[in-house]
Each structure stands twice: as C-alpha cells, then as structure tokens.
Design a protein around this ligand. Structure first.
Ligand SMILES: NC(=O)c1ccc[n+]([C@@H]2O[C@H](COP(=O)([O-])OP(=O)(O)OC[C@H]3O[C@@H](n4cnc5c(N)ncnc54)[C@H](O)[C@@H]3O)[C@@H](O)[C@H]2O)c1
Length: 398
C-alpha cells in the first residue's frame, strides 16, 4: 500500500509507516488542489498538515484513499462530511501539544509578574534598573483559567505545583483537579483572579467572549493571557485597559488576523505596548510536540490499516477491537440505516460462517462494524457484503 505525506511530516512518522509496510512518498510543501487530485490515485494513506486543502472534489476522485492523517490539531482544512460519506477515516493529534502550550503560558505568567520584558528591554538599551517595584512572586497568587479542557486542566496541575491558587470556569461539567476550585460564572472568576488565562475552544459562540465588560470586571493590576483563539478577544478593549493600567500586562499568542506567510507584516493594536508579550501563534510549536504528533497520528493510521481501529477518529464512528489470531476481520463502513447488522449476519449465517467477535458503532449518518470470522469462508460472502445497498466500504483484514 502507498502513503503520500505532504508538508514535511516528522521523520518518526515516516519510519513508523515504512515499518508498517507502506511505500511512503514525501513532499516538503502542500500540493495545489489539481496536483493533489493527480497524486492521489493508488494512495491509501494521505498525511497533511494545515496548508493542504482536502476538498470534496479531491476526496471524491481519490477512490483508493482509506485514511487521512492531519499531522496537526485542527481539521478545518478537510471536508469532513465528504470524508465520512466516502468512508475515509480522518485522524488528528488533539493532545500532542498540550504540554507545550501549558509551559509557554506558565513562562509568560512568571515573565509578566516579574515585568521581565521591561527589564530585558532596558538592559538591551543600556539601562541598569535593579528596582523591585511592580515585580512579584507567582506563589500564592490566584490564576483564573477560563476553559478547563485538555490545556486548562493540565495548566491547573502544573500551576499548583508552582504555588499558584487555581480557580476555573467552564461551561461544561469538569472534574476539579488537585485543589482547583470551580467558579459558577465567568464574573466570579474575574473578581478573584490575579491572572486570567483563556483556554476555550473555537466554537463560533466564543467570538468576542472577552471584551470591554470582562476587562472591566478584572481586578485592578491583574494580568491577562490568551493562547487559545484570536477571535475570542476584543483587542481594542484590551489595549484601552492596558493603557489605563487597569490590566498590568498581557501575553497574546493568537490574533483575529494572523499573517498567512512569514513575509507578511504582523499588524496589531497591541504592538509596542509595555509589559505585553506578543508571540506568533507558537503556543504548541515545540520539537517535542512535532515528534509527538508524528508518532500519534502515524500510529492511528497504521492501526486503522492493520486492525480497523478507529478510536479518536475525527469523523468516523470510534471502534477498537483487540487483534485476534486465527481469524479474518471484516471492517464494514455503512450508511447508518436500520437492518444493516441483521443483513451482514444473515449473509454470514447463510454461508455457515461463524462470528467470533463483533462490534458496531454509529456516528451521524455512518455506521462502522468490525466482525471477526474464521479464515475459511467462500468468496461470495465478501461479494454479497460489498453489494449491500448500505455498504460504503468493506475491507477484509487478516
Ligand atoms: N496557541 C496555540 O498554539 C494552541 C495550541 C493548541 C491549542 N490551542 C487552542 O487552545 C484551546 C484549548 O485547547 P484544548 O485542547 O484544551 O481544548 P478542549 O476542547 O479540550 O477544551 C476547551 C474547553 O473550553 C470549554 N469552553 C468552551 N467555551 C467556553 C466558554 N465560553 N466559557 C468557558 N468554558 C468554555 C469547553 O467546555 C472545554 O472544556 C483551543 O481553542 C485550541 O485551538 C492553541
């Protein structure tokens, strides 16, 4: 089987797929829609990052494609609905850069609390200022985490280890880790926090979640960090509160409008402000995270090929059945309509084929069944299963 990897995927992933028996072709950059369509016939696995757009038209022409690995966090670049309808599994790496974001957040909390940016700038321009005014320890200060998901929860644990008190607010029910305390509202969190750090997801309703009202409710002299999504924060309002001194400092990694390429100028009303750390969306950008993404997504792809496992798939129903020796596995992706399992099992029963293990999962309009059967079965079994009107894709794995 062939794998096509675009956008300079980590060498660990290449090795992993080659060890799994795939013939791997690599390109350093993304391909245009037309070039990608030309390259995909004969390709079973496609690996991309954020710059390759996988459209409905390209997917429709890629009849040999079984799975796509997004070697990144986001999957907005892939037409997921079409991938599901065609039975193409999509995997990403939702947790691989969690720790990297947490470490940058903590580094920035300490840097802002000690006003390191100002001391650094002073030293580079020849100013020796040993004053302690405005510099604090983080120990004993209260960190308010908005969004207690993968990143927020890990930040909570590591921040407590540094002696910060942690409060959090999340719209979903979340287990409070360690000594963290849940706030019933965002307002309550803003009232008690010395540092406010945003870690919500990118759902559309979070647009402008944090603006004039929220900055006004922050404690005077508190710090503000956003390493989640640019559109969540009103930067004009942040600038006003920084200028007035109500917000003592800020670290911002994500912006409503980010340059598309390295040559494009970065424009922001936050440029040039004192005690403001601006970073170019690098929260998750570490070599460790890149290596982890390579191994994580590479393993998901090779498991899907070998035993049909789809756990943590972004689009297909999630299934995991331990590999069984001495049997064949039917991996059947189908339309989620009544009677499919009865039809599969009646085809097997009609040919005297015993089912040794079977699992079904559904997600929206798609169903996925893994069925382990003995190795001796007539060819018509596979033909008849393939001909079922609900069948989207059938693979026989041994
Ligand atoms: N800066 C970077 O390079 C970088 C890297 C990785 C992730 N991120 C971003 O960080 C964010 C968090 O990632 P994650 O993996 O922890 O996501 P996650 O989905 O695990 O957690 C998000 C949490 O936010 C909560 N939430 C959503 N809307 C909310 C609201 N209005 N108020 C309170 N809680 C709300 C959700 O219930 C969830 O618990 C995402 O937006 C992600 O895109 C940025």
């Amino acid at each position: 089987m062939k794998a096509l990897l675009l956008e300079n995927i980590h060498p660990d992933a290449v090795r992993l797929l080659e060890d799994a028996g795939l013939e791997v072709t690599q390109h350093r950059s993304a391909l245009s829609e037309a070039d990608l369509a030309d390259a995909l016939p004969g390709v079973a696995l496609l690996g991309i990052r954020s710059k390759t757009r996988l459209t409905a038209a390209v997917l429709a022409g890629a009849t040999d494609l079984l799975a796509v690995g997004a070697f990144c966090i986001g999957t907005d670049q892939i037409d997921l609905a079409t991938a599901s309808a065609l039975g193409v599994a999509v995997f990403n790496a939702p947790y691989s850069n969690t720790r990297s974001v947490v470490e940058l957040t903590l580094a920035e909390i300490i840097a802002l609390t000690r006003r390191l940016t100002e001391k650094d700038r002073g030293m580079h321009s020849g100013v020796w200022d040993k004053s302690a005014t405005g510099a604090h320890e983080v120990r004993g200060r209260t960190l308010g985490i908005v969004g207690y998901g993968n990143i927020g929860a890990q930040l909570s644990v590591v921040a407590e280890a540094l002696g910060l008190r942690v409060v959090f607010y999340d719209t979903a029910d979340k287990l409070a880790l360690g000594n963290a305390r849940r706030c019933v509202s965002l307002d309550e969190l803003l009232e008690v926090s010395d540092v406010v750090s945003l870690h919500v997801d990118g759902r559309p309703s979070n647009s402008s979640l944090f603006g004039e009202k929220e900055f006004s409710l922050m404690r005077p002299g508190a710090l503000f960090l956003n390493l989640c999504r640019g559109f969540v924060v009103d930067h004009e309002a942040l600038r006003r509160h920084l200028l007035s001194g109500h917000v003592a400092g800020a670290a911002v990694d994500v912006f409503p409008d980010e340059p598309r390429s390295a040559g494009e100028e970065f424009a922001s009303v936050l440029r040039g402000m004192p005690n403001v750390i601006l970073t170019p969306h690098i929260g998750g950008s570490t070599e460790e995270a890149q290596a982890d993404i390579g191994m994580f997504v590479g393993t998901k792809l090779s498991d899907f090929l070998a035993d049909g496992g789809s756990s943590l798939s972004v689009n297909l129903p999630q299934l995991a059945l331990p590999p069984a020796s001495g049997s064949h596995r039917l991996a059947h992706i189908h339309s989620n309509v009544p009677g499919v399992m009865a039809e599969i099992n009646s085809v097997l029963a009609a040919h005297g084929v015993n089912v040794e293990a079977q699992l079904l999962s559904t997600r929206g309009e798609v169903g996925y069944a893994l069925t382990d059967i003995g190795i001796d079965y007539p060819d018509e079994v596979v033909e008849q299963l393939r001909e079922m009107s609900a069948t989207i894709r059938l693979r026989v794995l041994s």
